[in-house]
Design a binder for this molecule. Structure first.
Ligand code: ACO
Length: 220
């Protein structure tokens, strides 16, 4: 039977088929990643890894955003003079994304809308990225007078290529889902209305494979 759990900034549902729908749940802030969201994700990803009912993990966002990146106020401004708090938040983000990247289970990012800045690190941790054609991606840091710090520049350049990374980091221009596929950031772009069905269909295909073979394929 389907199971759900709701934390402060993240919720999940494991449906009857075995798809674990993990949702960044701050729609009113376009799912900006504050420290609490990172702590919640740490707990959720660890929990699902050892939950046999969760066979494929889908990471998505509530409302019209996947994630608008790091929370400019709660992640950056509020921790400006509190290095311990900044470290804890940073470490939690690195930890859950690394955990996700090395998960034994197949993981799919379902990009339903905005994806900015630090959200690319979360995106890069997923095996497969299915995006709505009209989703909006961008490295907007330059517009706020900051650089795409942490791992963002590296992750973006690894996913796309040097020329694309340089252009989008320097201009702060946005691009859509089709362009994200063209650049290698996303696997597939589909009309927004078909997004969930496409993800379910891919998840079902993955669940037909031997789980250990998928896990070894990921390691290889
Ligand atoms: N950090 C903190 N709050 C945010 C963020 C963010 N990254 N993104 C959105 N919000 C908040 C807004 O402040 C606003 O809060 P309020 O209602 O209390 O005023 C609320 O979310 C809604 O935002 P709007 O801008 O009104 O929503 P809109 O749909 O018009 O635009 C968009 C969405 C394009 C995502 C816009 O909010 C935006 O550009 N956000 C910043 C994206 C960004 O630059 N991310 C990179 C951050 S730096 C990094 O990740 C390393």
């Amino acid at each position: 039977m389907a199971r759900t759990k709701e934390l402060e900034c993240v919720k999940y549902e494991i449906d009857d088929e075995g798809i674990a729908w993990v949702t960044f749940n701050r729609p009113e802030k376009r799912n900006a990643m504050n420290p609490k969201l990172h702590f919640n994700m740490q707990a959720v990803i660890a929990e699902l890894e050892t939950d046999d009912d969760a066979k494929v993990l889908v990471i998505t966002g509530a409302g019209d955003a996947w994630s608008s990146g790091m929370d400019l106020r709660e992640y950056f401004r509020d921790t400006e003079n509190d290095p311990a708090a900044r470290f804890k938040a940073q470490w939690a983000h690195r930890h859950w994304t690394q955990f996700l990247a090395t998960s034994q289970k197949a993981t799919i990012a379902m990009v339903n809308g905005y994806c900015f800045g630090g959200a690319f690190c979360s995106l890069a941790a997923c095996d497969i990225v299915i995006t709505a054609e009209d989703a909006t991606f961008g490295l907007s840091e330059v517009n706020w007078g900051i650089l795409p710090g942490g791992n963002v520049s590296k992750v973006f350049a690894d996913l796309a290529n040097h020329r694309n990374a340089m252009f989008y980091a320097m201009t702060g221009r946005t691009f859509d889902g089709a362009k994200a596929v063209e650049m290698g950031i996303a696997t597939l772009a589909v009309p927004a209305d078909d997004l969930r069905d496409e993800v379910v269909s891919i998840a079902r295909e993955l669940m037909e494979k031997a789980p250990m073979v998928l896990a070894y394929t990921k390691q290889a």
